[in-house]
Design a protein around this ligand. Structure first.
Ligand code: SF4
Length: 691
């Protein structure tokens, strides 16, 4: 037994699924995962994990893992050596850059990869190719929220920590199915509710678990959140709940904002949102009387055609009530992927170097050029194309090549029919992934990367917390850590950076980007963590805005927004609305969570939730099959009759189906940030004669 114990290796890692950033020990023998062991030292989660963190690791040893590079030849993939594959990628990318210019190439960095890998992705794009066309999947989830925070308070991250959320007197949960999407945060809130009587106000069209447990649930018509949030702000001013001292001392543009609220009476809000006026008044009183308020929001807000404006309205409400800069207050957009925060923080954005330093500012450009040892003219001052535009331009001559790392774009982007068309028209597509994903099937070269458990690096979770993870086991077959692949590719393109360990990459970023000045692998050793911005002495900032907002004068700004209806509403031809989201047992495209094992078996079926009223009107029962058609496409699926949904609003998971739901979504998007309006789908439902 002693010998067997000695064979067991225990390694600290950070979960590869959602943005809570749970860390735990993995107990392994060779490549066998014996158990996931939570520890009390884990800063974000303590001894809690959810079912995915505990069990969804079958993908590591999946026989479908890529173990060697692949090159397309005569419409088939053939195995290739790393030398041949990397030589081909370097040669083709440089040739396309030289023929048609740097902006004919676009990069999509990974929100599942490490901070160091995000940094190298943007470094290759900006320094070697010369384009700012680099993005990550935050374009498809939290960019609108970040825009709302930029407009009002300044930092593109959560105002405080998970501990602040647990400490708040009132948590307003808007468009966030927290119990399924950020389960460990939901557990913290449930404990706060039980132990201290924390109040929850949930605003959501769907009666999910958080809504069931809430003190008040406002069942809102989808896409109308800007109206109730603005009506709340007006109510605060009108009824003496605005924090006038806070507004005077710390906030600009108060009077103009106050005037902009004129249309947002409770009566008007009731008409637009479908919520009773008395319920809106009760919610407003609840917010106005609470000593500390946090607002959490997620895809129910951001994946609409005006998600940035609605995020702005939520942040405005927090400012009006003085709910920033104190423990237990602030705005908390919930980050979806394990490192979607870090991918943006470390520069995979069209307009920012790492640390949100503007690409259009010549002084910033000169600083990065000096640090990278090149002539400033080599770095572009032009804002690049984002994920949404790259995929669109792929069908034109303007974009000829793309490099996609760890993103299932061909499944997860809206309107996949057009995405597939774009990918098939590219001159050259490189995909770096664990699997021959749907996206990889369009590639010219596929490079096998490694999951987090086979490499070293760091992630940033939803509370801006940077944490290290360590190699639990060696890379499978001939796959390689993504940071190493990017380093080796750069060397073939004339930039021999010589990184032999990701700690060197982090040290480089810390030496250039002010937000990470005091970040180091030593200070992140083991269970230690740092929350950015990190000062040069290594001190973290768990709670933002205690003294200053991030702006030229240190003050916040109330930012007026106006109401625009959703881009697509139900009409005579397509008379229903299709809401969509995640389930606890799965993650996104299921490329990782769906490779067999316990989580797959817990929820194997795809179905659409329909309301009892709709079921009665259409004579449908649970298990009956229907065809759902939008203006873009159609799919066939069984129904589940449930009062989680109401009236003519249906709900479907985003994970399952061969083609998934994005054959139904369209090209309408938020014009401020180019985030597709995934949640605005008008559909028709036809019963099928099939069980
Ligand atoms: Fe924690 Fe999220 Fe991983 Fe679950 S999926 S263990 S909540 S990080």
């Amino acid at each position: 037994t002693q010998l067997r114990q000695q064979e067991i290796k225990r390694t600290k890692t950070v979960c590869t699924y959602c943005g809570v950033g749970c860390s735990f020990e993995m107990w392994t023998r060779d490549r066998h995962l014996l158990k996931v062991q939570p520890v009390t030292d884990a800063p974000a989660n303590g001894i809690s994990t959810c079912v995915k963190g505990k069990f969804a690791w079958d993908f590591i040893n999946s026989p479908q893992r890529l173990t060697t590079p692949l090159i397309r030849e005569n419409d088939r993939f053939r195995p290739a050596s790393w030398e041949e594959a990397l030589d081909l990628v370097a040669k083709r990318l440089l040739a396309i850059r030289d023929e048609t210019g740097p902006d004919s190439i676009g990069f999509i960095g990974s929100s599942k990869g490490s901070n160091e890998e995000a940094y190298l992705t943007q470094k290759i794009a900006r320094l070697i190719i010369g384009t700012n066309s680099v993005d990550n999947s935050s374009r498809y989830c939290q960019n609108p929220a970040t825009e709302g925070l930029f407009r009002t308070v300044g930092y593109g991250g959560d105002a405080g920590t998970i501990a602040d959320l647990a400490q708040a007197e009132l948590v307003v949960i808007v468009g966030s199915n927290t119990a399924e999407n950020h389960p460990v945060i939901a557990s913290r809130l449930k404990a706060a509710k039980k132990q201290r009587g924390q109040q929850w106000l949930v605003v959501d069209p769907r009666r999910h678990e958080m809504a069931e447990r809430a003190d008040q649930h406002l069942r809102i018509h989808p896409g109308t959140d800007l109206v109730w949030a603005s009506a709340m702000s007006r109510y605060m001013f009108d009824h003496g709940y605005a924090d006038e001292a806070f507004l005077t001392q710390r906030v600009n543009n108060v009077e103009a904002y106050r005037r902009s609220l004129e249309p947002f009476t409770l009566d008007y809000a009731a008409q637009i949102t479908g919520i009773q006026e008395a319920d809106l008044r009760a919610a407003a009183e609840r917010i106005g009387r609470a000593g500390s308020v946090c607002i959490m929001w997620a895809m129910g807000i951001t994946q609409h055609s005006h998600g940035a404006d609605t995020s702005t309205a939520l942040s405005n409400l927090l400012l009006v009530t003085g709910n920033y800069g104190r423990p237990g207050t602030g705005g908390y957009p919930m980050r979806g992927h394990n490192n979607v925060q870090g991918a943006s923080d470390f520069g995979c954005l069209k307009n920012f170097y790492p640390g949100y330093e503007s690409v259009s500012d010549p002084q910033v450009r000169d600083k990065w050029a000096r640090a990278w040892g090149v002539d400033p003219q080599r770095l572009s001052l032009e804002i690049g194309e984002d994920n949404f535009m790259m995929v669109k331009l792929a069908s034109s001559d303007q974009l000829r090549a793309m490099y996609v790392i760890g993103e299932e774009t061909a499944f997860s982007d809206a309107d996949t029919t057009n995405v597939h068309q774009g990918f098939s028209e590219l001159d050259f597509l490189v995909v770096q992934d664990l699997f021959l994903s749907r996206t990889a099937q369009f590639a010219d070269v596929v490079l096998p990367g490694c999951p987090s458990v086979e490499k070293e690096g760091s992630f940033v979770n939803t509370e801006r917390r940077i944490q290290r993870f360590y190699p639990v086991m060696p890379p499978l077959g001939d796959s390689r850590p993504d940071w190493l692949i990017l380093t080796q590719l750069a060397a073939r393109m004339g930039f021999d950076w010589g990184y032999t360990h990701p700690g060197q990459i982090m040290a480089e970023v810390a030496g250039i980007a002010g937000s990470f000045a005091g970040v180091s692998y030593e200070r992140l050793e083991g269970w230690k963590s740092q929350l950015w911005p990190v000062k040069a002495d290594g001190s973290s900032t768990p709670l933002l805005y205690t003294d200053q907002f991030k702006s030229a004068d240190g003050r916040a700004t109330l930012y007026p927004v106006s109401w625009q209806p959703p881009a697509e509403e139900a009409d005579a031809d397509y008379d229903l609305l299709l809401n969509n989201g995640r389930m606890l047992e799965h993650f996104q495209s299921t490329n990782q969570s769906g490779r067999g094992g316990r989580t797959t078996s817990l929820s194997p079926e795809w179905y659409v939730e329909i309301s009892p009223e709709l079921a009665a009107g259409r004579n449908l029962n649970t298990g009956d099959w229907v065809r759902l058609s939008s203006r873009r496409g159609a799919l066939e699926i069984p129904v589940l009759v449930t009062d989680r949904v109401q009236g003519k609003v249906l709900f479907i998971s985003i994970h399952q189906g061969k083609e998934g739901i994005n054959q139904l979504t369209g090209e309408h998007h938020d014009p401020a940030v180019n985030t597709p309006a995934y949640k605005e789908i008008a559909i028709r439902l036809d019963a099928l004669d099939r069980t």
